[in-house]
Design a protein around this ligand. Structure first.
Ligand code: PMP
Length: 439
C-alpha cells in the first residue's frame, strides 16, 4: 500500500460522500485522453468527463504546454488595478463567441461563484438604476446551480439543501418545461409557459432575473427541455426587461452540440455563467458575462454603485492560458467533427435501448446521452445508482448515475470503439438489473 493512499484515508474528506459507508476511493496516478490510470495499473474509461469538465481528454498536451509556459511567465497577479494578456484576450474571444452581445467578463473561480456573481449583478443593477423594488429571482423546478448559499437558493430544494433551509433566500419557483420522469412532451412546455406568463403579467415589476440551465437540467437527471421553451422564456423576459441568466456551466462548449446551448434557439441571454469546460477541464475558472447595458449601470461617480465583489485568484493567468488553449482546440473543424460523431453514436444506440424492457425514457442532446431506468422510487436517492456505479467500475468504466438515470457525457476525444463499449455496458446493465442483481 502506497503511503499516500494511507494519508488520504486518514486526512481527506471527499465531496458528496458519506465517508462512513462509501467504498474506498480509487487511487488515480495519471490520465490520457478518455482514460484514467489507477495505481494498480488498471485503466478506466472516464465516460462522465470527471464531473463534466474534461473536454479534450486528460493531460491534453496542447493545454498542458500552455499552462507550463504561462506558469513560467506570470503565475498570478492581483486583478484589481492590474490586467494581463491571457485575461484580456480571453474576454475578447468569449465576447466574440456571443456575437459581441455579451461584452463584459467578470471572472471568478467555479460554477457556484459565477452564479453568485450573476445574481448579485442583476440585483445591484436594479439598485443602481432606481428600481430597488425589483429583487425577485425566478428559478425553475429541477434546477441545480451550485452549492454555495446563493446558488443553492436558486436551485431546487432537496435533501442536499435541507440543513440550510433557514439561510437561503426565497425565490419564485416555476415549473420547468420537462418531465420529472419519462418522456418530455409539448404539454410540459405549455404548462411552464402558461404559469410563467400569468405570473409575470401581475408581478413583472418585482422581478429582476430568471435563471435557467438552458436545454438540459444536469444534476437533476439530464432532463432535456421541450423544444421552443427557451425561446419563449427569452421572449417573455425581454418583454418585461427581466434579466435572463443562462447558466451554461454544464451545457457550454459544445456539450449540447452547439458552442452554447442558447444557440439552438437563437437566444441571447443578458447574463451567462461559464465554467467547467472553460479551461478544457484543467483548472478551476469561471466567468460571468453580461451586456454593456448592465455594465454601464455600474459606472458612476458615486462609489456606492461599484460592484464590490472579487476573489483572491480572480482571472488567474494560468487558468486563463488554459482556457485560451482550450478555445484554440474548440475552434477547430476536428472538434466539431468529434462532437457530431459522439451524437451519431448515441443516436445509433437509441433503438437498442427502446427495445429493452425497464427503460422509462432515453434521450440525447448533442454529446449528452441519458437513459432512465424504470423504478418504483425514482430520484437521486434511488438505491440503484450506487449499485450500478460499482457494476460499471468493475467493467472498467466510470459512469456516475444520478439515481435511476444513467448518462454519458464523454470527453470529445473518446474513441468510437470505447464509446460503443460504454453503450454496450449500459445495455448489459439493464439486463443485470432485470435479473435482480441490483436488489
Ligand atoms: N451550474 C450548473 C448547471 C452545474 O452543473 C454546476 C456543477 N455541476 C454548477 C452550476 C456548479 O459548479 P461548481 O461545481 O463548479 O461550483
Amino acid at each position: 500500500m502506497s503511503s499516500w493512499i494511507e494519508s488520504g484515508r486518514k486526512h481527506v474528506w471527499h465531496p458528496f460522500t458519506q465517508m462512513k459507508t462509501a467504498p474506498e476511493p480509487l487511487p488515480v496516478v495519471s490520465g490520457k485522453d478518455e482514460l484514467l490510470v489507477l495505481a494498480d495499473g488498471r485503466q478506466v474509461i472516464d465516460a462522465v468527463s470527471s464531473w463534466w469538465v474534461t473536454l479534450h481528454g486528460h493531460a491534453n498536451p496542447v493545454i498542458a504546454e500552455a499552462i507550463a509556459r504561462q506558469a513560467a511567465t506570470l503565475e498570478q497577479v492581483i486583478f484589481a488595478g492590474f490586467i494581463h494578456e491571457p485575461a484580456a484576450v480571453l474576454s475578447e474571444r468569449l465576447s466574440g463567441h456571443w456575437g459581441g452581445h455579451l461584452t463584459r467578463s467578470f471572472f471568478s473561480d467555479d460554477g457556484s461563484t459565477a452564479v453568485e456573481v450573476a445574481i448579485k449583478l442583476s440585483v445591484q443593477y436594479r439598485q443602481n438604476t432606481g428600481e430597488p423594488h425589483r429583487t425577485q429571482v425566478i428559478a425553475l423546478d429541477h434546477a441545480y446551480h451550485g452549492d454555495t448559499l446563493g446558488a443553492m437558493s436558486v436551485g431546487e430544494r432537496s435533501a442536499f439543501t435541507a440543513p440550510f433551509q433557514k439561510l437561503m433566500f426565497d425565490v419564485i419557483r416555476m415549473p420547468s418545461p420537462v418531465a420529472a420522469s419519462g418522456p418530455t412532451t409539448a404539454e410540459h412546455r405549455q404548462i411552464a409557459m402558461e404559469t410563467l406568463v400569468s405570473y409575470l403579467e401581475y408581478h413583472h415589476n418585482e422581478v429582476t432575473a430568471l435563471i435557467v440551465e438552458p436545454l438540459v437540467h444536469g444534476a437533476s437527471g439530464m432532463l432535456m427541455w421541450a423544444p421552443g421553451a427557451l425561446r419563449e422564456i427569452r421572449d417573455v423576459t425581454a418583454r418585461y426587461g427581466i434579466h435572463l441568466i443562462a447558466d451554461e456551466i454544464m451545457t457550454g462548449f459544445y456539450r449540447t452540440g452547439e458552442l452554447f446551448a442558447c444557440r439552438h434557439e437563437q437566444v441571447m441571454p443578458d447574463i451567462t455563467c461559464l465554467s467547467k469546460g472553460l479551461t478544457g477541464g484543467f483548472l478551476p475558472l469561471s466567468v460571468t458575462m453580461c451586456t454593456e447595458e448592465i455594465y454601464e449601470a455600474f459606472l458612476s461617480d458615486d462609489r456606492m454603485k461599484t460592484f464590490f465583489h472579487g476573489h483572491s485568484y480572480t482571472a488567474n493567468p494560468i487558468a486563463c492560458a488554459a482556457a485560451l488553449a482550450s478555445l484554440d482546440l474548440l475552434e477547430t473543424e476536428e472538434t466539431r467533427r468529434k462532437v457530431k460523431g459522439i451524437e451519431e453514436v448515441h443516436r445509433s444506440f437509441l433503438p437498442a435501448y427502446q427495445a429493452q424492457p425497464g427503460v422509462a425514457d432515453v434521450r440525447v442532446t448533442g454529446t449528452i446521452f441519458a437513459v432512465e431506468f424504470a423504478e418504483a422510487t425514482p430520484g437521486y436517492f434511488s438505491g440503484l445508482g450506487p449499485k450500478l456505479y460499482q457494476f460499471y467500475l468493475s467493467e472498467g468504466v466510470l459512469l456516475r448515475p444520478l439515481g435511476n438515470v444513467v448518462y454519458i457525457l464523454p470527453p470529445y476525444c473518446i474513441s468510437r470503439e470505447n464509446l460503443e463499449k460504454v453503450h454496450r455496458l449500459i445495455l448489459k446493465s439493464l439486463e443485470w438489473v432485470r435479473e435482480g442483481n441490483a436488489r
